[in-house]
Write a new protein. Structure first.
Length: 151
């Protein structure tokens, strides 16, 4: 094939350090816009974003020339620096060290994942972040150790 065709969509999840509840409505929209700017700078696209006060879900279409860990690291680093400029309450803000990234297979799943991400606040009225992640790990058959997964 003479042309390179690349279509990789990932669902990324990470929490605030120790799941401290710092992402309030007063900053949320601006945070996701800022993250969208970061993804655009790396020629990727933020398709959907939402979360709760202690974690975020991002649906990202990756550019063929960037590795997922590099993009996610840049998102976390740059958005953390930005949040710290938003007032004293955020001066010690940080993201957890790790993250989870799951592949979205085909465009038929995009709308379902966007709907899931959009429903985060309602979903977490009934379910903790840790329980949500355990469900993802089971669904994707990912082995993990409870001693090391949470920070």
């Amino acid at each position: 094939m003479a042309q390179t065709i690349f279509d990789v969509i990932i669902h990324v999840v990470f929490s605030t350090k120790n799941r401290v509840k710092l992402i309030g409505p007063e900053i949320e929209a601006e945070l996701f816009a800022y993250i969208g700017g970061i993804t655009n700078a790396y020629k990727s696209k933020l398709i959907g974003a939402n979360g709760t006060s202690n974690h975020v879900h991002l649906l990202i279409s990756l550019n063929k020339n960037i590795l997922a860990p590099d993009l996610i690291g840049n998102i976390k680093r740059d958005s953390s620096k930005w949040i710290k400029t938003k007032g004293m309450i955020y001066s010690k803000f940080g993201w957890q060290d790790g993250y989870a990234a799951f592949s979205v297979v085909g465009h038929t799943q995009i709308e379902a994942v966007k709907k899931y991400i959009g429903n985060q606040k309602e979903h977490h009225k009934k379910s903790l972040f840790e329980d949500e992640m355990r469900t993802f790990f089971r669904k994707y058959e990912i082995a993990y150790d409870e001693k090391y997964i949470w920070d």
